[in-house]
Design a protein around this ligand. Structure first.
Ligand SMILES: [Zn+2]
Length: 78
């Protein structure tokens, strides 16, 4: 009975310090709300289901691009 109840609930929401956004480790959904409760509320509008590997790939690509950008910024400041 309770097995299906948790499907909509993003129960593994974590903070990504690199992108400065909240994301659900279960389905890959992200939110750019700063406050965790706002992010969870925004995510609640979507089902916690895997949307395919595109989400994960995009996140990884973004992370690498941002890391590259930050490195560049640091060099300019030196
Ligand atoms: Zn989720």
């Amino acid at each position: 009975m309770t097995a299906e109840m948790g499907e909509k609930d993003h129960s593994d929401v974590r903070w990504n310090p690199d992108l400065r956004q909240w994301y659900c480790a279960k389905c890959g959904l992200t939110s750019d709300h700063v406050a965790e409760q706002d992010a969870v509320a925004a995510m609640a509008a979507f089902d916690c289901t895997l949307h395919g590997t595109n989400v994960v790939k995009l996140g990884e690509k973004e992370r690498l691009l941002r890391a590259h950008y930050l490195t560049k910024q640091k060099k300019q400041n030196e």
